[in-house]
Design a protein around this ligand. Structure first.
Ligand code: DTR
Length: 340
């Protein structure tokens, strides 16, 4: 009798232990996800990451915990996409302009098509992604997309004319590099985190980017001139490992899906406000001088950009992509979100 009792007890305990340790969901604790980002924590891609983390943890009632890795501590600017596909991080934030050949459709937002700010740019990009569902993202779940504010020239020397910019080494990536080239500068490509050292060492005399970086990377300490061009945005994507996405419970997936457009709009708004703050700080605390191109001069600069879009359309169509419709959609979405 005693032996049978012991056997029964052992069986009950075995079933209990198996249930606790092998049945996912039963007592398994929160779902933990890693989120990698390439630039330092105070910069806008990481600020939006922390906001998304907070929102997810709140909206799932603590069912999901996000572990964030800013500053390239888990994945860097150029291996973000492949790292997420391989599962080195569950989620990753990447700047598509750093790989222009890989993200052809979404990088079309980097053409000089007059996107006026980051909020409009982010909503346009997100709509473009949803409409075309580019193959480049087939292996991941895209959680959101957003763009920077339009780019301007930050430099150690004053640039007020095409003559001034001729042959100047300026850092830019992707579509923005083509713009600099059209203006006669010498574009030097590198991801943003490599730029402070390039400026310090004199490898470049300035950069072409949205102006948030004047404060967040303290570029205002080295670049005392800003030439306003308000041309082209840089597109970003936040992607998730597909198997990890498929393993999430439906209610968690729903929270992530709902955040897609909201996060794009939140980031756009944050960026636009932050650019204003960064420039106020740069002018007041760092004595940065803002240069506005004279009207006739601006016309010369704009004229040089005209062939870029038609060239892009031709090269996209050669690759079998509907280049013309993509450009038209960007223009239409921009007009719609700008209230035109
Ligand atoms: N303008 C792009 C992207 C960019 C703008 N602000 C930041 C901050 C941190 C990383 C990237 C960016 C660029 O020049 O790389």
């Amino acid at each position: 009798m005693k032996r049978i009792g012991l056997v029964t007890l052992a069986a009950v305990m075995a079933i209990f232990l198996l249930t606790v340790f092998h049945c996912p969901g039963a007592n398994a604790g929160p779902i933990k996800l890693s989120y990698a980002n390439f630039p330092p924590a105070p910069t806008f891609p990481c600020v939006q990451m922390e906001r998304w983390k907070k929102e997810v943890e709140k909206r799932t009632g603590g069912k999901v915990l996000i572990n964030t890795f800013p500053g390239g501590t888990l994945l860097g600017a150029k291996n973000m996409m492949d790292g997420v596909i391989a599962g080195q991080a569950d989620i990753g934030c990447l700047c598509m302009a750093y790989q222009p050949g890989r993200f052809v459709i979404t990088n079309a937002t980097s053409l000089p098509l007059g996107i006026p700010n980051s909020l409009v740019g982010s909503l346009v990009l997100w709509d473009l992604y949803k409409k075309y569902k580019p193959k480049a993202f087939a292996k991941v779940k895209v959680l959101t997309m957003f763009t920077t504010a339009p780019s301007n020239i930050m430099s150690k020397i004053p640039i007020a004319s095409l003559e001034d910019i001729k042959g100047v080494d300026l850092r830019a990536s992707g579509g923005a590099a083509q713009i600099l080239k059209a203006w006669g500068a010498n574009p030097v490509g590198m991801p943003m985190p490599a730029t402070p050292e390039a400026l310090q060492k004199g490898v470049v005399k300035g950069l072409f980017s949205s102006l948030d970086v004047m404060k967040d990377f303290k570029f205002a300490e080295m670049c005392k001139y800003v030439t306003l061009t308000n041309t082209v945005v840089y597109p970003f994507a936040v992607v998730m490992n597909m198997d990890k996405w498929n393993s999430l419970p439906k209610d968690v997936q729903k929270v992530f899906e709902e955040l897609g457009t909201q996060q794009a709009a939140w980031t756009g708004t944050y960026m636009d406000n932050h650019v204003r703050k960064a420039m106020n700080w740069s002018k007041r605390k760092q004595g940065v001088k803002v240069i506005r191109l004279k009207k006739a001069e601006k016309q010369r600069w704009d004229k040089l950009l005209e062939p870029i879009t038609s060239k892009w359309i031709a090269s996209a169509e050669k690759k079998g992509l509907p280049g013309k419709s993509i450009v038209q959609d960007i223009k239409n979405f921009t007009a719609m979100y700008s209230g035109k």
